[in-house]
Design a binder for this molecule. Structure first.
Ligand SMILES: Cc1cc2nc3c(=O)[nH]c(=O)nc-3n(C[C@H](O)[C@H](O)[C@H](O)COP(=O)(O)OP(=O)(O)OC[C@H]3O[C@@H](n4cnc5c(N)ncnc54)[C@H](O)[C@@H]3O)c2cc1C
Length: 385
């Protein structure tokens, strides 16, 4: 028997889920996207070590840029790590996914409502299905104590080569402005790069004009003259300090509703807000699950994925409480600086959301980079509620 699967939202999680299911001959996938192409306007980056072999196979055709390592810079620390780094752009995702999915993608199709048995489109059309996945992007995340990673990034063409050969994931040598601030650089070609000004902060607001000005100042300080700003992206992404997983899941996945995916399901790294590795793993796990493809079955599987993710990222939430609650905002960079002195494999496991018990002990060993009294106060999640 063939199963009809509707996925609403052709962003990151929805497209990855559709690609993962496209390999199954017993499933008819339909991917509904409101926009004129898949993926909106984004650059999604990840470490190659975030993914296992199956995840690499799924994402490889989508990748637009690859580097063999990256740099970080803090006061008193510059380091090159040899972990390969990759970026997928909206354009590369759209091109590769539409080539693979063909007429299973329906663009310009806005969903008005979803339930476990199908989708109602804005024009009133009803599409029935055995399974329905809701990947329509971020929504409120009840039950979580949040702070924010706010940023504005510009892809700029310079009048002369920038001289970078690999990304700078964090240049935190910049003025901190009462947050944890760093500049993120992705060199796309000899004279084109993404310059992103990022803040770990209490407020989700993105002061766009201020950040544009700071990007211009940063470029000038590096001796770069901007010929043209080709693209701009901005965001305010959630950082989780504490949370009630049951409340989050109850709101995200009501009993007769669709199966939530992506940010909507709370599947992102609490400290970086990156969702790509978690979206890849969830897509593959749903698609490889034996048995019928129904909303009830996928909902049960996704519920288990989200519960495991929440349990596995307990330590990352503690790190956020240390960052935001234990010390002074202007000292936040010292915590990240200390972290980036650790062995590379541990840093890789941290970003992949795969810390071991030994890693956690290693991370907590030695003198804490925040006042001890402050650190003790935030050990419990209740400190952030
Ligand atoms: C600017 C920016 C940069 C980021 N960079 C990274 C990064 O480098 N690495 C990383 O891992 N994470 C990154 N993130 C975080 C996160 O991975 C992204 O937000 C990711 O796109 C979330 O995936 P998603 O599928 O949940 O939502 P989205 O990718 O936002 O997808 C939602 C899709 O649903 C569609 N949609 C919405 N409503 C409807 C409707 N009613 N009907 C039909 N379609 C609808 C939207 O048009 C959109 O295409 C970034 C986020 C932002 C905002």
């Amino acid at each position: 028997m063939r199963h009809r699967l509707i996925i609403a939202g052709g962003g990151l999680a929805g497209t990855l889920t559709a690609l993962a299911f496209a390999a199954r001959a017993d499933v008819d996938v339909t991917l509904l996207e409101a926009g004129p192409h898949l993926g909106g306007r984004h650059t999604w980056s990840f470490y190659a070590t975030d993914l296992d072999a199956a995840g690499t196979d799924l994402t490889d055709p989508l990748v637009a840029h690859r580097w063999s390592g990256y740099d970080v810079a803090f006061q008193g620390l510059t380091r090159t790590l040899s972990t390969p780094y990759r970026s997928i752009t909206s354009a590369s995702l759209d091109r590769a996914a539409r080539a693979r999915l063909g007429d299973r993608v329906r663009l310009g199709t806005r969903v008005q409502s979803l339930d476990a048995a199908g989708a109602t489109l804005e024009d009133g059309t009803r599409l029935g299905a055995d399974a329905v996945v809701d990947a329509r992007g971020p929504t409120a995340l009840p039950g979580l104590a949040l702070r924010y990673q706010t940023f504005l990034g510009q892809t700029v063409r310079l009048t002369a080569p920038h001289g970078l050969t690999r990304p700078t994931i964090m240049d935190a040598t910049v003025a901190q402005h009462g947050a944890y601030r760093f500049v993120y650089l992705l060199p796309f070609s000899a004279d084109t790069l993404l310059i992103e000004d990022t803040y770990y902060t209490e407020s989700p607001a993105v002061p766009r004009e201020v950040l544009r000005e700071r990007i211009a100042l940063y470029a000038a300080a590096r001796g770069w003259s901007i010929a043209e700003t080709a693209e701009e992206e901005q965001g305010s992404l959630p950082l989780v300090l504490a949370g009630d997983h049951a409340a989050l899941w109850a709101a995200a996945a009501p009993p007769d509703g669709p199966v939530p995916a992506g940010l909507r399901a709370g599947l992102f790294h609490p400290v970086t807000s990156y969702s790509l590795p978690f979206a890849v793993r969830a897509a593959l796990r749903l698609a490889h699950r034996p048995g019928p493809v129904t909303s009830a079955a996928l909902r049960a599987e996704m519920g288990a994925i989200v519960a495991e993710h929440f349990a596995a990222t307990r330590f990352e939430r503690l790190l956020n409480r240390m960052l935001f609650l234990a010390g002074r905002p202007e000292d936040r960079h010292t915590i990240l600086a200390r972290f980036h002195r650790l062995p590379q494999p541990l840093i890789e496991r941290f970003y992949a959301g795969r810390l071991t018990a030994l890693d956690r002990m290693h991370l907590l060993a030695g003198k804490p980079p925040v006042p001890i009294a402050g650190a003790l106060k935030v050990l419990s999640e209740s400190a952030a509620r």
